[in-house]
Design a protein around this ligand. Structure first.
Ligand code: FES
Length: 343
């Protein structure tokens, strides 16, 4: 059995299955409602039921008072629909709708993705979840008020663990610490989410995505979000790296291309090595994009990667008709700070 839910302030509608939390159903349909703990303790997901009835299988959650419940307030991370519903709740439409928070986290596990790329999986405390938009980043908080930024590679709907792809920066003390000293179960602190590099879902335009190196991370988050929510705008992803061994997780975009008819994937190597046996595209990644799309005037373009790649692409894409209002980018700063020190 399922019920219809209508969000009064936006007129968006979705269905919720019997026994499913209203928040979970909304997220499943690509509607982002505010949340934090998803455990009934923080109150972030509170809204109002203006028509219909909800109930709580485990009793009224701690962050909902009797008085609030009496006037129709509800915690949608816990509320189950007993009838069709009309609700009032603020939808998250932009990065400004999510307040960055400082949170501790534990390194749940780590794996090596390439000779200079390591993946970290972070767990936030039991009753805390980080809400973010696909493409945003967090800052690790280090000693001496220093910070190091890393994009979230997991999509928002899969938020039990936070996934980061960390590239080792030569002489970078913090990334050196991650590669040489950091152990599973270590505790770190971060603040986030930050950034305006996130997927604009209200545009009808086809999408070009360009990632350089670990610029793949935020693009992975966006793509997994898009696939999960059935966004079927054409998406062509170009991944620019130096050599074949830099294409970490290479089977992932290949699999997406097999599974999603509207998705295309083109890896581009700038300096293939003799042993690479590479028959694919070579050169600068932005030049490969222009070869395939000489007129960019009808596209939304997302790109993330090192500053030289971003700068070269911005200039070239403007010449090829890209409207700057449809260009979204995240310039990774790999600057080395010898004073970096892990907290
Ligand atoms: Fe914290 Fe619902 S998200 S109470």
């Amino acid at each position: 059995m399922s019920y219809r839910v209508r969000i009064e302030n936006t007129q968006h509608e979705f269905t919720v299955e019997e026994g499913e939390a209203v928040l979970s159903a909304a997220l499943r349909h690509g509607l982002i409602l505010p949340y934090s703990c998803r455990g009934g303790t923080c109150g972030t997901c509170m809204g109002k039921v203006v028509e219909g009835r909800v109930s709580y299988p485990d009793g009224r959650p701690p962050a909902l008072s009797e008085a609030e419940e009496a006037v129709g307030q509800a915690l949608f991370c816990q509320a189950r629909a007993d009838t069709d519903l009309a609700i009032e709740v603020r939808e998250v439409r932009s990065a400004d709708d999510i307040r960055p928070r400082k949170l501790p986290c534990r390194v749940e596990r780590m794996d090596t993705l390439a000779h200079d790329v390591r993946r970290l999986w972070l767990r936030t405390p039991g009753n805390e979840r980080l809400q973010f938009l696909p493409g945003q980043y967090i800052d690790f908080l280090l000693r001496g008020n220093r910070r190091r930024s890393f994009s979230l590679a997991n999509p928002p709907h899969d938020d039990e663990l936070l996934e980061l792809h960390v590239r080792q920066v030569p002489d970078g003390r913090f990334t050196g610490y991650i590669f040489e000293e950091l152990k599973e179960r270590a505790l770190l602190r971060f603040e986030g989410p930050f950034g305006t590099f996130f997927l604009r879902e209200d545009s009808p335009r086809p999408i070009l995505m360009i990632g350089g190196g670990t610029g793949f991370a935020p693009i992975k988050s966006m793509l997994e979000h898009a696939f999960h929510h059935g966004i079927d705008r054409p998406i062509h992803f170009y991944w620019g790296v130096r050599a074949r061994h830099d294409l970490y997780l290479a089977d992932l975009p290949e699999r997406w291309a097999r599974e999603h008819a509207s998705f295309r994937y083109t890896p581009v190597l700038s300096e293939p090595r003799a042993g690479d046996r590479w028959n694919g595209r070579t050169g600068f990644v932005h030049e490969a994009v222009i070869e395939d799309y000489p007129d960019l005037s009808g596209y939304d373009v997302y790109m993330s990667g090192p500053p030289p790649m971003i700068e070269a692409a911005k200039t070239a894409f403007a010449i090829h008709g890209l409207d700057p209002g449809h260009l979204y980018f995240d310039s990774f700063d790999f600057a080395v700070d010898p004073e970096d020190d892990p907290a």
